[in-house]
Design a protein around this ligand. Sequence first.
Ligand code: IPM
Ligand code: MN
Length: 355
Amino acid sequence: MTKEYNISVIPGDGTGPEVVAEGIKVLETVACKCDFSLNFNNYHLGGEHFKATGEILPDNLLETLAKSDAIYLGAIGHPDVKPGILEKGILLKLRFYFDQYINLRPVKLYEGVETPLKGKGPDDIDFTVVRENTEGLYAGAGGCLKRGTLDEVAIQESINTRKGVERCIRYAFEYCRKRNKRKKLPFCGKTNVLTFAFDLWERTFNEVVEEYPDIETDYAHVDAICMWMVKNPEWFDVIVTDNMFGDIITDLAAMIQGGMGIAAGANINPEGVSMFEPIGGSAPKYTGKNIINPIAAISAAQIMLEIIGEPKAASWIEEGVIKVLRDDLKDVAAGKMGYSTQEVGDLVAEYITKG
Ligand code: IPM
Ligand code: MN
């Protein structure tokens, strides 16, 4: 019997629907080739839906999504909606509700893609950031007093639980071992200033290390990581860090791999429902123009197949992406691909069909 997977799709805002359509095109092609089937269910959430109905993400929809094998998301964020409403109400709510405690962000410079780093190439830029995805400053702890007055107080606290930190660190070690490349895992924090949170991280890291003698470990402050990522990206294999730092360093990392059009991510609950997305935003400026690069969304689809258990199909997608970036697309980093969004999807799909 052919395997069947139910994929919930949230195209979302801005260019989200355009790039997700190309991801689905590629997924359908590879499913056909590898003999499994994918049922896509679309859910129209995001800025337009909110403006029209006042609804952000209803609880009964969460129950529906819980029945799927994976969630495939385009982008969340709308220029007419106050920042925070949709991001917290949809994206973070999904990450938290499904306890997707890992945000996995591979950073790989593919051949044919230009990096702004002088003298660096594909051999130098190939690492993965394991970002904690449910705690830290994102947990929403804090509040304000006397808002808008001269006596105003605003507090935003970073929540770090032993359980949350440990499962993230453990995942990073396992991932590093499985990846089997440089077998190096630095933990990125700020132990010289944030002495409560990163003390917990450091002690936990040092305990878990004991179970992984095959992995070389290290520590780097987050500011230093930013410096080294630019100066010596070849030092990195896997990096583990908290939610906020992971957010920041992966935008920097996205730039050195050729930009937001390339960078994909996965919000993973290894025991539950995971969600896959291009890490860039909704890019309102480019919406509807058929010019945005869908490779990030296509690579997110690739990670989805790896995680749901179709590694062969996933590697077809990666091969297609590699070929198209190397042989077809032009100035990707500068946003001038020489092809439309749909044509890029067609090129990847065509490679898979013919290959
Ligand atoms: C990301 C995004 C989100 C984050 C925003 C949109 C809430 O920047 O996925 O990196 O900060 O996690
Ligand atoms: Mn971000």
